[in-house]
Structure formats: structure tokens, C-alpha cells
Design a protein around this ligand. Structure first.
Ligand code: SF4
Ligand code: FES
Length: 289
């Protein structure tokens, strides 16, 4: 109790009575303990760097980043680029799963960087460019072989003369619409193409995305190419090359089944061939004449 009182008197003296003559050292103010910022959990991101396969600069670089709630792989890449490695190359545009440009491999599986959360990916996340595409640099790949195949499949509408004159009305409940509907939302991200093992074996194979697009057009009554388009895509390097492994269907972030579309093309080619064969018999001609 006494001691407490003495401490209090000393404190008064040192602060307020210079005329007392005694030189008193000012009592240092007690430092308030700094409020510690809450430490956020971190993850290690391993990123494949360098140019095309075989480039002497090809390597994996690791970066440690702080994570936040709902953080995505794209957020992690932006964090690495802005704070640690400005030279890191990767591609993105919309950030909301609409453009498909951010596709890459996350822990070995193709995915959209902007729609893949860090939660559940582990303490070390490995990011690589998409398989089956030539690498430009780091995570950015060259999409031109993919779009060249879209072009080979003539992935655009060639309107019939009726469709050119007036907008065609396709009822939402019609068989035509129902057939096309599950395949129409493709955003050409290339994920199905990257996961297709047949593309990996045969670089001439049209691949799931181009064939899926062809399927929507072959079934579209506004399209004038019809059988011509079907024959163009049902070739040895087209629909018949598919082994129905469903890798593309499993990986498509839009829930599209390119395998289903390819099967549909095959069915149409077979039924179209049978019809032509029957017609040739009725007309007394050999098929193909
Ligand atoms: S079918 Fe799916 S995975 Fe393939 S390009 Fe289209 S959206 Fe991407
Ligand atoms: S940035 Fe557009 S889909 Fe990811």
C-alpha cells in the first residue's frame, strides 16, 4: 500500500515542480502495445515459367502470398504480378467467367482462374499453361490452332435464303431448340480441348469445341450447309476420331457435353447415309452415283 503512494508522489514531482531544483528525468510514457494486425494464412503458388516446351528458361518459380476470403486463382496471380514478379505473363479479361481467356491448369486440371477459389486447393498450388496448346510465355498459350479448327468446321451460320430475308422463329419448346440448347453456351475457352487425350495424339483432330459448334449448326434449320457441313466434320480427323472418353464433358465449366454433340453428329451421319442408301435403291442407282 505505502509503496503505491510513493510511486504516485514521485510521478507528480518529476512532472510538475522544476523549481524544486532537483533534475528529474521525465518518466517515459508507457508505450501502448501496438495492435497486432491479424496474420492472414498464406499459400505457396508454384508457377510454370518460360517459353515453349524445351526453352532453357523453362522452370517453376514459387511465390508465397497472403490469402483472403473468397480469393481466386486469378486474384493470386494478380497479387504475385503486382507485388513480386511484374514480368509474370498470364491472360484474363472479364474476371467473371464470361470470356474464357483465363483458362489454365490448376493442380494438374484445366480450369478458369477467375472461377477457381483457393479454398480446398491445399497449401501449395501448382499453375501451368493449358495442355495441347503451344506456350507463348509462362501461362499464356497460343490459341490460334484451336481457332483454326473452329474455322475448319466452319463454325458460323451460313443462312438459308429464307433466313436471310426474315428472322427465323424457333419456338423454345421445339425439338430443334431442345437439341441445340445444351450445347449453345460455349465460350471457346479451350478447356475441353486441353483435356482431350485424342487431340494430344493427333494434332489434326478437330477437337471437342469445334465439333460441338458444328453440331449446333447441323441441327439449326436456318443453316444452309446442312449435309455439306456434316460431311466436312464427320471425317477421320473429325467426329470419327473421337473415342468417347468424356474427358471434355467432365471438364467443361459450362456443363456442356461435347462428347454428346459428337455422338449426335455420328448418329446423323449414319442415319443420313442410310437414308441416301435407301433412296439410291428406290431410284435403282448404286449409292454414291
Ligand atoms: S465446350 Fe466448354 S470447355 Fe469446351 S471451349 Fe466450350 S465452354 Fe470451354
Ligand atoms: S477472366 Fe473471363 S472467364 Fe475468367
Amino acid at each position: 500500500m505505502n509503496e503505491e503512494v510513493r510511486v504516485s508522489e514521485d510521478a507528480q514531482l518529476s512532472e510538475g515542480t522544476p523549481e524544486s531544483g532537483a533534475h528529474e528525468e521525465p518518466v517515459p510514457e508507457k508505450e501502448e502495445p501496438e495492435e497486432k494486425a491479424e496474420k492472414r494464412p498464406t499459400v505457396r503458388v508454384r508457377i510454370r515459367r518460360g517459353g515453349a516446351a524445351g526453352d532453357p528458361e523453362e522452370r517453376f518459380d514459387s511465390f508465397e502470398i497472403e490469402t483472403g476470403p473468397r480469393m481466386t486463382v486469378l486474384d493470386a496471380l494478380v497479387a504475385v504480378q503486382s507485388a513480386q514478379e511484374p514480368a509474370l505473363s498470364f491472360r484474363y479479361s472479364c474476371r467473371v467467367g464470361m470470356c474464357g481467356t483465363c483458362a489454365l491448369k490448376v493442380n494438374g486440371r484445366p480450369a478458369w482462374a477467375c472461377r477457381t477459389r483457393l479454398e480446398g486447393l491445399g497449401d501449395e498450388i501448382t499453375l501451368e499453361p493449358l495442355t495441347n496448346f503451344p506456350v507463348l510465355r509462362d501461362l499464356a498459350v497460343d490459341m490460334s490452332p484451336f481457332f483454326a479448327k473452329m474455322k475448319r468446321a466452319r463454325g458460323w451460320l451460313e443462312p438459308t435464303s429464307a433466313a436471310e430475308k426474315a428472322p427465323a422463329l424457333i419456338a423454345p419448346g421445339s425439338r430443334e431448340r431442345k437439341r441445340i440448347e445444351p450445347h449453345i453456351e460455349c465460350i471457346t475457352c479451350g478447356i475441353c480441348y486441353a483435356s482431350c487425350s485424342i487431340v494430344g495424339h493427333d494434332s489434326d483432330y478437330l477437337g471437342p469445341a469445334a465439333l460441338n459448334r458444328a453440331y449446333t449448326l447441323v441441327n439449326d434449320s436456318r443453316d444452309a450447309l446442312g449435309l455439306e457441313r456434316l460431311l466436312e466434320v464427320c471425317t477421320e480427323d473429325g467426329a470419327w476420331r473421337c473415342h468417347s472418353q468424356y474427358n471434355c464433358t467432365e471438364s467443361c465449366p459450362k456443363g456442356i457435353s461435347p462428347t454428346g454433340a459428337i455422338k449426335g453428329l455420328k448418329r446423323r451421319a449414319v442415319t443420313g447415309g442410310v437414308k441416301r442408301f435407301a433412296a439410291s435403291i428406290f431410284r435403282g442407282r448404286a449409292p454414291g452415283e
